[in-house]
Ligand binder design. Structure first.
Ligand SMILES: O=C(O)c1cc(=O)[nH]c(=O)n1[C@@H]1O[C@H](COP(=O)(O)O)[C@@H](O)[C@H]1O
Length: 272
């Protein structure tokens, strides 16, 4: 999917919501456990109930890998279902990969070709030659960790390196990489006070912003400096939406939570 198509979808749906499909068998409604593929059945119901309110789904692969080959098959069925039934949706494989070049190419093939995701998350720690293999894929997007939502972000990301905070160096340096136009960045909603500085370095790129909902980040605070002329934000919430209820009404309850965020976004977009 091109960035232009993503922006068009955001404008049409009046939403820049990304719903995280982080499926934990201990948290989903018990009646689904009797089905052949509880993870897929759960995702299918959530997707059918929310696809008009969000522009993106982000399965975190950990929640599938934890269930072995069956989990991987559920992930494959989920991405195929979205691509076939709702092809306008921007899909994110949250896998946080990155390795030496030839290995990164294989990771990229896994998520862009075998599983036809639009994007994948990567870690910047191994540098340019670990990320460029992902960037080489046309109309695919590589979402690199910049300033993460967790407490441990302060262990390294805000430390001063060569006179500036490391996350700023990551943002600045990555702009010189081949096909850097295919880069998006992860910036946590719990770090809203940093968005002004982030936007000075990357005014045009999309930012994937997790941390709204269960982690306590504020949509409004992020939007104050995070928005750009193309909207430029994908706000993710996972647990806050998909586990709104663990009863028979779970899909409807998820829809209600998604609707609350979408309505807030509609108001914000009406001023931008
Ligand atoms: O890359 C991510 O998506 C990510 C980066 C980050 O800094 N913080 C973060 O929470 N995430 C992911 O975003 C999702 C957040 O889930 P909730 O806290 O349940 O909304 C999880 O899949 C996390 O792994």
């Amino acid at each position: 999917m091109t960035t232009k198509q993503l922006v068009e979808q955001i404008r049409t749906k009046k939403s820049f919501l990304c719903i995280g499909l982080d499926v934990d068998l201990n948290k989903i409604p018990q009646h689904l456990l009797q089905t052949e593929d509880p993870i897929f059945e759960f995702n299918k119901a959530i997707i059918d109930a929310t696809h008009d309110l969000c522009v993106s789904y982000k399965p975190n692969t950990a929640f599938y890998e934890a269930y072995g080959i069956k989990g991987w098959q559920s992930l494959e069925k989920t991405i195929n279902y979205i691509n076939e039934k709702y092809p306008e949706i921007f899909t994110i494989a949250d896998a946080k990969r990155g390795d030496i070049g030839n290995t990164s190419t294989m990771y990229a093939k896994a998520f862009f070709e075998d599983l036809a995701f639009d994007s994948v998350t990567v870690a910047p720690y191994m540098g340019k030659d670990s990320v460029e293999p992902f960037l080489a894929f046309k109309n695919k997007h590589t979402i690199m960790l910049a300033l993460t939502s967790n407490e441990g972000a302060f262990d390294f990301q805000t430390k001063i390196v060569d006179g500036e905070e490391l996350y700023k160096k990551v943002l600045q340096t990555s702009k010189s990489w081949k096909h850097s136009e295919n880069l998006m960045y992860v910036c946590g909603a719990t770090k809203a006070e940093y968005f002004k500085e982030i936007r000075k370095i990357v005014p045009n790129n999309f930012l994937l912003v997790p941390g709204v909902g269960a982690q306590g980040g504020s949509l409004k605070d992020v939007c104050q400096f995070g928005l750009n002329s193309q909207v430029g934000l994908l706000i993710n919430s996972s647990r806050g939406i998909i586990y709104a209820s663990n009863g028979e009404d779970f899909a409807n309850a998820a829809r209600n939570e998604a609707l609350i965020l979408q309505k807030e976004m509609e108001v914000i977009l009406s001023f931008n």
